[in-house]
Design a protein around this ligand. Structure first.
Ligand code: GAL
Length: 322
C-alpha cells in the first residue's frame, strides 16, 4: 500500500526519484518520469503495470547525456565552469558539482510524450544553469524508446520569453508546451511543431498576471482542464483550476482542495482509460534545501459534480489508479 507523503520505493528497494514528474502510457506499461538530483542525474524513469510495483528503468537524462545540435541557437551545455558565472548574481543554496570544477545544470519538471510521426519520445523540461534561477529556459531531448538514453538538444527561451514551470498537453490533436513566463506572472501555451521539437507562432497567454505555476492538464468531455499552484516556491499553496473549450478562452480560476492543497503541488493528472477516472499526482516538497530535492508524492482521485466541477478526494492512502 502506498501512503501519501511517505517515501516510496522501487522494486529494487531504492527510493523513487520522480519529482515534478509526468506519466506516459506506452505499450503495456505506464512510465513515470521525474527529477532526480542524486549523483549527476537529471531525469529518471520508472515503469509499472499496476501502480504498485515500480520498476526502475534508467536515468534517462544526466549531465553526461549525448548531445545533438538541431538548430543554430539552442544552448547545448549541461554543466559549466564556476568562472563562467557572474559572481554578483546570488547563488542558490544548493549547487551540484561534477568533480572537475563545473556546476551541473538544474533540470525541473521533465515531461515526455510520444510523437507518432517521427516515432520519437520527446522530452520538454525547465532548464536552469544550476547556479541561480535566472536562465528561465526550456529544453528538449529525444529518444527512440521510452526509457533509453535521451539525446539532449539544448535549451532556449521560446519567442524570447522566460520559461519556468512547464508541462506538455495534447488537446484537439495539437500538442502544446505550457510554461510560466514574465517573472511567473503569466502562463503561455505554445502549439508545437509537428515533430514536437520547437514552438510555433501559435501561442496564447493564460491567466495574465495571476501568477500561476506547476500546470497540470487533462481532457474531459470535450473540454480541457488545468490545475495550477500559486507561486510560493517549494511551500505549498492553494491549487486552482480552470477549463476551456479551445485552450484560448479560460474560465475564471476557482479553488480546489484546501488552502495548501493537502500540502502538495501539482505534478500531473493521470487519466485511467481502464476505469475512466482522473488522478492528481502531487509533490510534497521538503522544508530545507536538502529536502527540496526529494519530494514525497501524493495521489488523490479527482471527482466531478454534475457541472463538471472537479474536487480532490483527500485520502491518507494514495488513490492508486486501477
Ligand atoms: C516552485 C516550482 C518548483 C521549483 C521551485 C523553486 O514554485 O514549482 O518546480 O522551481 O519553485 O523555488
Amino acid at each position: 500500500m502506498l501512503i501519501n507523503g511517505m517515501r516510496w520505493y522501487d522494486t529494487d528497494n531504492n527510493e523513487i526519484h520522480a519529482h515534478g514528474g509526468f506519466m506516459l502510457e506506452y505499450g503495456d506499461y505506464y512510465y513515470w518520469y521525474g527529477e532526480n538530483r542524486t549523483d549527476n542525474n537529471f531525469v529518471s524513469c520508472y515503469r509499472t503495470k499496476d501502480f504498485k510495483d515500480w520498476e526502475f528503468c534508467n536515468n534517462v537524462l544526466t549531465s553526461s547525456s549525448p548531445v545533438k545540435k538541431i538548430n543554430e541557437t539552442n544552448d547545448l551545455l549541461l554543466k559549466r565552469s564556476e568562472e563562467s558565472f557572474d559572481p554578483s548574481v546570488e547563488r542558490l543554496g544548493f549547487l551540484r558539482w561534477d568533480g572537475e570544477g563545473n556546476i551541473i545544470s538544474n533540470i525541473e519538471r521533465p515531461k515526455v510524450v510520444y510523437n507518432e510521426k517521427t516515432k520519437k519520445f520527446v522530452m520538454w523540461m525547465h532548464y536552469e544553469n544550476g547556479h541561480d534561477y535566472d536562465a528561465a529556459r526550456c529544453a528538449v531531448a529525444t529518444c527512440d524508446t521510452p526509457d533509453g538514453d535521451f539525446v539532449y538538444h539544448g535549451s532556449f527561451r521560446p519567442h524570447g520569453n522566460e520559461s519556468r514551470d512547464c508541462t506538455l498537453h495534447k488537446f484537439n490533436g495539437k500538442m502544446y508546451f505550457i510554461a510560466a513566463c514574465n517573472a511567473n506572472l503569466d502562463l503561455i501555451a505554445y502549439e508545437l511543431t509537428e515533430d514536437y521539437l520547437d514552438v510555433t507562432e501559435n501561442k496564447m497567454i493564460m491567466f495574465p498576471g495571476e501568477k500561476r505555476e506547476a500546470p497540470a492538464f487533462f481532457n474531459k468531455d470535450g473540454e480541457v482542464f488545468v490545475l495550477t499552484s500559486g507561486c510560493t516556491g517549494w511551500r505549498p499553496n492553494q491549487c486552482k483550476f480552470s477549463k476551456s473549450n479551445d485552450m484560448t478562452e479560460w474560465e475564471k480560476l476557482q479553488k480546489i482542495g484546501d488552502e495548501v492543497t493537502y500540502r502538495s503541488q501539482p505534478a500531473f493528472v493521470f487519466h485511467s482509460k481502464k476505469n475512466n477516472k482522473y488522478y492528481y499526482f502531487g509533490d510534497r516538497w521538503g522544508n530545507s534545501s536538502a529536502e527540496y530535492f526529494a519530494s514525497t508524492y501524493v495521489i488523490f482521485e479527482i471527482i466531478f459534480d454534475k457541472n463538471n466541477i472537479p474536487q480532490l478526494l483527500y485520502c491518507e492512502n494514495a488513490s492508486v489508479p486501477k
